[in-house]
Write a protein that binds this ligand. Sequence first.
Ligand SMILES: Cc1cc2nc3c(=O)[nH]c(=O)nc-3n(C[C@H](O)[C@H](O)[C@H](O)COP(=O)(O)OP(=O)(O)OC[C@H]3O[C@@H](n4cnc5c(N)ncnc54)[C@H](O)[C@@H]3O)c2cc1C
Length: 266
Amino acid sequence: MRDVTYLRPGNVRDAVQLYRTTPGCRPLAGGTDLMVMLHAGTLRPAPRAVLDLWSLPELKGVRRANDVLEIGAAEPYTGIIGSRDAQESVPALVAAARTIGAAQIQNRGTLGGNLANASPAGDTLPVLLAYDAVVVTDRRSIPIDEFFVGYRKTALADDELITAVRLPLGRDVVFRKVGTRAAQAISKVVLAVSREPARIAIGSVAEIPLRARRAEVALERNDIAGAVAAVADDIRPIDDVRSTAAYRRQVTQNVLRELLDAFARG
Ligand SMILES: Cc1cc2nc3c(=O)[nH]c(=O)nc-3n(C[C@H](O)[C@H](O)[C@H](O)COP(=O)(O)OP(=O)(O)OC[C@H]3O[C@@H](n4cnc5c(N)ncnc54)[C@H](O)[C@@H]3O)c2cc1C
């Protein structure tokens, strides 16, 4: 920890340059994941430098542009929760942000960090999948559907920075998190569902946050019972310290039924 060099670029261009040219460099946004891992010494390889993105104005803000809502990669959850545009356009993301940690974590944690950390239990990730969000980086746009490529692995290149996330306007998405407590809990199961187009996205039930494709096909036919049955084959839950595979399977089906019934009732 003592031997880590701290780099503080003044703009995204310099950040990209430093990231490309500094060996063993790791981006630092809010630090709510990274600092925990640094202190625990669990990062392999151990970073030799951190690149502080927190204060870069280009990575902040929530703005509406044409038919999308764009959220800066280093905008903290508090900014998303407090944004009128976000409340109106992507209420499911606001609902997810409200469940993350407590106020201290919401003041520092960011979407860019949640995405790059790529935990299967990351709470915003199913929501971003249900919205068909686009991850914008310093060099390209990545459809969220192509972003998670393995356990805590993303499509980002080694020297690629997330700069923003774009979400379409006008999509009705609902969010539900099941944890041990109403607050300060890591998800046992987390779902985000859009009825039109049919999107069923789930976290904590596989090595990546995933779209339940079989269940989505049933939902496209308006077959709610079929979607609830099919979702059991879409997910790959495991037993771990937070829950059992059997519990996760059952709860996924129960919550999906509830959400789809609620959509059906209007
Ligand atoms: C007490 C506590 C409670 C928590 N509760 C929850 C919870 O309920 N739900 C939940 O989902 N998470 C939770 N978390 C995890 C964490 O807060 C989130 O994942 C948060 O979104 C991480 O964002 P950050 O900005 O702090 O990321 P950081 O810690 O700064 O970075 C995380 C990872 O992303 C990389 N990174 C960051 N920004 C970028 C970027 N722009 N481009 C490329 N790579 C980048 C970093 O190098 C690092 O690998 C909790 C953490 C703590 C400590």
